[in-house]
Design a binder for this molecule. Sequence first.
Ligand SMILES: NC(=O)c1ccc[n+]([C@@H]2O[C@H](COP(=O)([O-])OP(=O)(O)OC[C@H]3O[C@@H](n4cnc5c(N)ncnc54)[C@H](O)[C@@H]3O)[C@@H](O)[C@H]2O)c1
Length: 332
Amino acid sequence: MFGGLKVLVTGCSGFLGPWLCQRLLDDGASVVGADIMFDERSRIHDLSGKVDQIRLDVQDFEAVNRLLSEKKIEFVFHLAAQAIVGVALEQPLETISVNVMGTSNILECARRLAAGGRPLKGILVASSDKAYGDQENLPYLEDAPMMGRFPYDVSKSCADLISRSYFHSFGLPICITRCGNLFGAGDLNFSRIVPGTIRSCLQGERPVIRSDGSLIRDYIYVQDAAVAMFLIGNTMLEDDTIFGEAFNISNDKPLSVIEIVDEIRAAMHRVDLVPVIENTARGEIKAQYLSSKRLRQRLGWAPQFTLREGLLQTIPWYEKHCRSENARAPQR
Ligand SMILES: NC(=O)c1ccc[n+]([C@@H]2O[C@H](COP(=O)([O-])OP(=O)(O)OC[C@H]3O[C@@H](n4cnc5c(N)ncnc54)[C@H](O)[C@@H]3O)[C@@H](O)[C@H]2O)c1
């Protein structure tokens, strides 16, 4: 139980952050949310007054150190990242710095706290399916090597390895999650296929597929992922044999990009909008998807939403969001 614990969620103002903060608040946690920026459109503002929101750059070691000490943080969910694959191709150094050094800063501050006699109860690091890179054996199992090749993927492989190094070397109470593509209310990254396709359908435009449409990926509803992270965190509080483990989070039903776009068009009754296939994507792995067997068997987790159910939860949020964005756009 997180009730009464002081829990830090980094990257709280992004897509996944508010969902996890909500789940922790429901459990009675005292939640501190840190982010480098608080976008006014973020769902974190729906939780304002409930989450102690701190502006912080995880690349700033001293600021992280101060936050963990002064706020007396007991558990960390580390989500903050430069999480967009395309941005990573344009800004590899910044991506590596945020994702690798940002994660290292959290771990090193935790190590120093422990050395000073105030160990954290747990650190859950959000890695990614991308950390595996291109593997021969599918679906990915947790013991597969980290083989990222492109900037975002490599940054996640490194952060994942460094996290486990802090467990093996210093005994820090660390676990890692590796998710496939999340979707749900609050994802403002329209370069991602689900938000981008929903917005196109709402605008009556043909959805754009940057790849050739054949790439195979996992798609999981964000609430299922937030619950999985919460459950892993909760288990970390009770069972120290779990430390050092990584967990894949997946609904074990991979789809091609064309298939997910078709699902969205069908759910939105816009099958008339035939996708435009640009075939310009670079740095993309042909097929990557996860097995969540470990999470299901060890922790009894199972997703609560089918793809269609998740989409039906998600689409109304974008309808409302796009209406208010249109209302705010300057009139010509
Ligand atoms: N969304 C997905 O499909 C997905 C899949 C697998 C793994 N992940 C991982 O889960 C985590 C959360 O993903 P998300 O979709 O919510 O991403 P997101 O981009 O929506 O949120 C990330 C947040 O981190 C913040 N951030 C960036 N740089 C920072 C810095 N230097 N200091 C402090 N905060 C900073 C951003 O402002 C943003 O609010 C990330 O680590 C991501 O890599 C996401």
